[in-house]
Write a protein that binds this ligand. Structure first.
Ligand code: ADP
Ligand code: MG
Length: 248
């Protein structure tokens, strides 16, 4: 067997070193130019492949998370939203909350930046290697109800537990019926102390019995969500409204 670049590339592809195979010539050239030792070359090769794989994984996880709009912390104006500090949010970015299976809850009226902050934190978590799934509360309740009617609620909940963070956006805008509330409780119970929840809601916990129909379900749901949680109560004016009123 004669040693050729094409043969090497095929061999690297066959063991899944695709990025390295694609950049083999370039890396060989750099090795020549910089007088890399064999060890240095192997190190460069592995580093190259690992960082390419990490990038692929992050890109995939970002897509799979299902954000309708991507928002970043760098774009958030903390001088407008003063009921929370930059420090409070940045403190979360060591992701001990994920390791400790704690929840993050943003409560506040419309337009104060709940979804922006939650999405931005979720994106940072994906960059740090965690798996996130974002669903609106309505999508989630509908998906759970559908699974329940098909007798597959358990499987549905299990499929949601494979994410490190389940991000539920906009809980509280619509009331849910008794069965939906019970399905939701099943999910919260399964997540409790096992996975992190990132939640935005326009309702205070004291009002949750309104949309969960009854206290019998609302109380244990709230109890499990807030037990290990970072609660952020946002106030102030709506950013959307402010932009409309003062476009500059
Ligand atoms: P909420 O979820 O609280 O209803 P959003 O996070 O969706 O509000 O914010 C509404 C819009 O205003 C979004 O486009 C968001 O990016 C923007 N926004 C809200 N607060 C801020 C802020 N403090 N700095 C920059 N943009 C903001
Ligand atoms: Mg929102």
């Amino acid at each position: 067997m004669t040693l050729s670049l094409d043969l090497l590339k095929t061999q690297f592809h066959s063991i899944g070193f695709n990025s390295f195979a694609r950049h083999l010539e370039e890396l060989l050239r750099q090795a020549d130019q910089n007088d890399w030792s064999h060890l240095q070359f192997v190190h460069q090769m592995i580093t190259h492949e690992l960082s390419a794989r990490q990038l692929t994984r992050i890109t995939y996880n970002l897509k799979r998370a299902g954000f309708p709009v991507r928002k970043h912390l760098e774009e958030f104006d903390f001088s407008f939203q003063t009921t929370i500090s930059k420090k409070q949010i940045h403190r979360l970015l060591d992701f001990t909350f994920v390791h400790n299976r704690e929840n993050i809850v943003f409560i506040g009226p419309a337009g104060v930046g709940k979804t922006h902050l939650a999405t931005a934190i979720a994106i940072k978590a994906i960059d740090a290697g965690f798996k996130v799934l974002r669903l609106s509360a309505l999508e989630l309740v509908e998906a759970l109800d559908l699974a329940e009617s098909r007798g597959t609620l358990r499987e549905k909940i299990t499929s949601l537990l494979k994410f490190d963070i389940l991000y539920i956006d906009e809980l509280g805008y619509l009331p849910v019926n008794k069965q939906s509330a019970y399905n939701f409780f099943q999910l919260i119970n399964a997540l409790y102390e096992y996975r992190s929840l990132l939640l935005t809601t326009n309702k205070n916990f004291t009002e949750w019995h309104d949309f969960f129909c009854e206290d019998a379900v609302a109380v244990p749901i709230v109890d499990r969500i807030i037990h290990h949680s970072h609660l952020f109560i946002l106030g102030g004016d709506s950013y959307r409204l402010n932009q409309k009123l003062h476009p500059d």
